[in-house]
Write a protein that binds this ligand. Sequence first.
Ligand code: KIV
Ligand code: NA
Length: 276
Amino acid sequence: MKNTVTTLQEMKRKGEKISMLTCYDYTTACLMEDAGINAILIGDSLGMTMMGYSDTLPVTVDDIIHHCASVSRGLKDTFLVADMPFMSYQTSVYDAVKNAGRLVKEGHAQAVKLEGGASVCEQIQAIVNADIPVVAHIGLTPQSINAFGGFKVQGKNVERAIQIVEDAKAVEAAGAFMVTLECVPEELATLISKELTIPTIGIGAGAGCDGQVLVYQDMLGMFSGFKPKFVKHYANIGEEMKNAFKAYDAEVKAKTFPAAEHNFAIDADVMKAVKA
Ligand code: KIV
Ligand code: NA
């Protein structure tokens, strides 16, 4: 079944949960498509996972387009959302529409996602008016890291909790067709999911959301060291990869790879002529 804005919203109405993962390359996209994941996000988290930056702020529209177009070539039924990076929509409504358009035209995204609540509703409205579906993103918004003073759970006090509920209602009213809730206490995210008619996609926001999203390197266990509380490792791919790299290194050095079955043959008389 092809996933669209309509089918994703229909899933919420039927009480079916939406699965979403980040993805940044063609090979992984093909695997997620085969697995039946509903939606893929070209997250600006690619700045950290693929480019090694310490936050998402340096990511450009061109970076997102490069990865989004690559992923799009591996997809058939999976819905494709592209993140709008830092300063591609905050600067003006014009910039927001222009850059959203580039993500669709050059990146082949089917929707764009941007961070912020009431403060970006003008941008959401204008992008939706250009017939580009918008996913909003509220709660912990990593592009605001300097304003927040770090990555922390959002909505633990009354003032901020009320603000997040108001942001959720504002982005729905502005025309967003879905909203990401990041690092929001479970009960608050559940309340928001009940209040809104559009689907909520949680990351660190509990099972009451209408869907879930994870960064794929996190859920595959590709990073050793820090594991955020909300991440579950579904595999230990990092160890698997490292073991394969070590085995290859050892075989190259032991001259056991390549073996006879990996080699191409040549006719004896051709070789004789070459040597002559
Ligand atoms: O960039 C990203 O990966 C995201 C998800 C964590 C929601 O925005
Ligand atoms: Na993001």
